[in-house]
Write a protein that binds this ligand. Structure first.
Ligand SMILES: Cc1ncc(COP(=O)(O)O)c(C=O)c1O
Length: 394
């Protein structure tokens, strides 16, 4: 389905209908598939004939989900994973060998940093961590044995932006594979392939599901890059379940319209917070006050659904603010239709020591909002009443 818009591709990229001629793609909840005869089974196993064999290898629901994501992000091929972390792990381990080196952003998700700092060294892989925005540091970290470069943009939770064109040129000049975690932006807001990034990965658990129901992930790239990831996942079992793929593929049908509203609400809240006297700094990629504003505007269609902010004054404001919220949920997830408030210092980033938290731009005064799809006036009213109460109790 070439030359169609994002919304059309996300709705009309569908698995072929069965003999029942269903309109909505059914759930193929089966662990294996039967062979027409012994020769057919043998040909499927040899790979001389294409078809479904076993749901750890392929399934019509996971295939549809991946085909759709590839169409939306302009990548040739992809593989679906059980979670975002399975995508992160497979995208690293499938390429690395003992003696290799990886450069990664310091501002990556905590569990990703755990893999890079704690698991990869056990396999004899060394790493250098650099600040996402520090171009010189990326270039200076390249070694003759550097195999991969890994980053997230926008970053969690301070929404720093990496210059993807610069990164992809640096990688191409040095024979390095570039990997971008595109979870915060989603395929609707940012397409790493437009900037020459080799591999895009997703935690589909976030905006792609969009309703906080299932875990899932994906790795997208050229067939050459996806092949080793597929082989790794097929054998090690970190594959996506057909049920989750079915949910996620249907969720993609509404990604464009949901992201428009997430971004609209987030921009309104970020602007409102910037004008509030108890707030010190607001973090949102499309605020002119952000250091990376121009870059964000070049790389992203809209600013995304996450807003961060720091309170002025004492750190206890953050807990008082969270405890007085009435509409926002207190949970560590993001990308849900329900708005969520999180205190990264004591939850998502609590495993970092004080120095690492400081490097990641997180302090006890920092709050991350995952702005949902409720009416923006109700969200602002909830934040407003809670800020007032938090301030009264000082
Ligand atoms: C940027 C980013 N990447 C990856 C992940 C991991 O995804 P999952 O929870 O689906 O394993 C997360 C989860 O919060 C994330 O925020």
């Amino acid at each position: 389905m070439e030359n169609k818009h994002f919304e059309t591709l996300s709705i009309r990229t569908q698995a072929q209908a069965s003999s029942h001629r269903e309109h909505s793609v059914p759930l193929y909840l089966t662990s294996s598939f039967t062979f027409e005869n012994a020769e057919h089974g043998s040909a499927l196993f040899k790979g001389t004939q294409e078809g479904n064999l076993y749901s750890r290898f392929s399934n019509p629901n996971t295939d549809e989900f991946i085909k759709k994501l590839c169409a939306l992000e302009n990548y040739e091929d992809g593989v679906a994973t059980a979670s975002g972390m399975a995508a992160v792990y497979a995208s690293l381990v499938s390429f690395l060998e003992q003696g290799d080196h990886i450069i990664a952003s310091k501002n990556s998700f905590g569990n990703t940093l755990y893999i890079i700092q704690k698991i990869l060294p056990k396999m004899g892989v060394s790493y250098t961590l650099v600040d996402l925005e520090d171009k010189e540091a990326w270039a200076q970290s390249v070694r003759t044995n550097t195999k991969l470069l890994y980053l997230e943009t926008p970053s969690n939770p301070t929404l720093k932006i990496a210059d993807l064109s610069y990164i992809s040129k640096l990688c191409k000049a040095n024979g390095i594979i570039s990997i971008v975690d595109n979870c915060f932006a989603t395929p609707y807001l940012q397409k790493p392939s437009d900037f020459g990034i080799d591999i895009s990965i997703h935690s589909a658990t976030k905006y792609i599901d969009g309703q906080g129901r299932v875990l899932g992930g994906a790795i997208l790239g050229s067939s050459e890059h996806i092949h080793p990831c597929y082989e790794f996942l097929r054998r090690t079992g970190g594959c996506l379940s057909p049920f989750n793929a079915w949910i996620l593929s249907k969720s993609l049908e509404t990604l464009a319209i949901r992201m428009e509203r997430h971004c609209h609400n987030a921009m309104a809240i970020a602007t409102w917070l910037e004008n509030n006297p108890v707030i010190d700094k607001v973090y949102y990629p499309f605020l002119e006050s952000m250091e990376d504003y121009d870059l964000a505007r070049q790389q992203m269609e809209l600013g995304g659904g996450i807003v961060g902010f720091n309170f002025k004054g004492e750190a206890s404001m953050a807990f008082r603010f969270l405890n007085n919220l009435k509409l926002h949920s207190l949970t560590a997830n993001l990308g849900d239709s329900r708005s969520i408030a999180t205190h990264p210092a004591s939850t998502t980033h609590s495993k970092l020591n004080a120095e690492q938290q400081k490097e990641a731009g997180i302090n006890p005064n920092f709050i991350r909002l995952s702005v949902g799809l409720e009416h923006v006036d109700d969200l602002i009213a909830d934040i407003d009443q809670s800020l007032k109460k938090a301030n009264e109790n000082i």
